[in-house]
Design a protein around this ligand. Structure first.
Ligand SMILES: CC(C)(COP(=O)(O)OP(=O)(O)OC[C@H]1O[C@@H](n2cnc3c(N)ncnc32)[C@H](O)[C@@H]1OP(=O)(O)O)[C@@H](O)C(=O)NCCC(=O)NCCS
Length: 243
């Protein structure tokens, strides 16, 4: 996993080069003023979705995650955040709606426990996933059910002290891949393999593995995250979002 801490404050004008993927991390625990600003740029259907959350903090995190997405996309697409329109793939993957053809700016996001990560690229599909590393989490059952035989074998070879981190490295890499494909958990997770040993390179073995590059990174202490993106000719640039 790439543990480098080079998350910087962004410049006022954002340039997204063709060989770059911009990662953003953002806290979703916003003060009222920032949350109201996020809320004010949501579309009607997003407001309806927000109103359906049972718990206020889940609602607020959704509003913040969407508001920040709109603000960032507005900067990349050079459009007003409130006017952006989304279209959704068959399994719910959001993309920018454009009049003709495919949108140039692609994105994906993941959020958990008040932290969000976003990825933006030009003309390449991508998926991102984030999970808090929970050492107490009983991973054995889930690994048995969802890891491929190859992953299970690699996981069992590790000392118990490394298994929690390895589990979440594996899980986030797998989710990033299925999100990049837009299929989510409709793709059986055991039907493809990723490497999972901490400190070792990320390798994807799937029917279409030549199409994708895979990278793990740490957005904050105690979290694992991964990105899958088309091609291998890209480099990561990391930005910190602040209200
Ligand atoms: C995509 C999926 C793996 C996300 O899982 P998760 O870990 O709970 O959520 P994350 O925080 O990582 O990602 C959520 C974000 O991913 C994006 N997303 C949603 N569906 C997606 C898909 N199919 N592919 C890629 N990204 C997707 C959205 O931006 C979403 O944010 P939002 O909920 O605020 O709109 C999961 O929702 C899934 O498998 N969906 C497929 C849909 C499906 O088949 N559902 C059948 C159930 S009836």
């Amino acid at each position: 996993m790439d543990n480098s801490c080079d998350w910087s404050l962004p410049p006022t004008k954002l340039d997204l080069a063709e060989d770059e993927i911009h990662l953003w991390r953002a806290s979703l625990d916003l003060k009222k003023e920032a949350l109201d600003r996020c809320s004010s740029i949501l579309s009607q259907d997003e407001k309806v979705r927000a109103s359906r959350f049972l718990f206020p903090h889940d609602r607020d995190h959704f509003v913040a995650a969407r508001g920040i997405l709109r603000e960032l996309l507005g900067r990349y697409a050079d459009d007003s955040p409130a006017l952006l329109e989304f279209q959704y793939g068959e399994r719910g993957k959001p993309a920018l709606r454009v009049e003709n053809g495919e949108p140039s700016v692609r994105f994906n996001l993941s959020h958990s426990r008040g932290l969000a990560v976003y990825a933006f690229a030009r003309d390449r599909e991508l998926g991102i996933d984030l999970e808090p590393i929970r050492p107490e989490f009983s991973a054995e059952d889930i690994a048995e059910r969802h890891f491929s035989p190859q992953e299970l074998e690699e996981w069992h070879r590790l000392t118990p002290g490394l298994r929690a981190e390895a589990f979440f490295l594996c899980w986030t890499r797998k989710e990033a891949y299925v999100k990049a494909r837009g299929e989510g958990l409709q793709i059986p997770l055991a039907s493809f393999s990723v490497t999972l040993t901490p400190g070792q390179p990320e390798i994807l073995q799937s029917v279409d593995s030549t199409r994708w590059g895979l990278r793990s990174f740490q957005p904050a202490p105690g979290y694992a995250a991964a990105l899958a993106a088309e091609g291998r000719d890209w480099r990561l640039v990391r930005w910190d979002w602040r209200p």
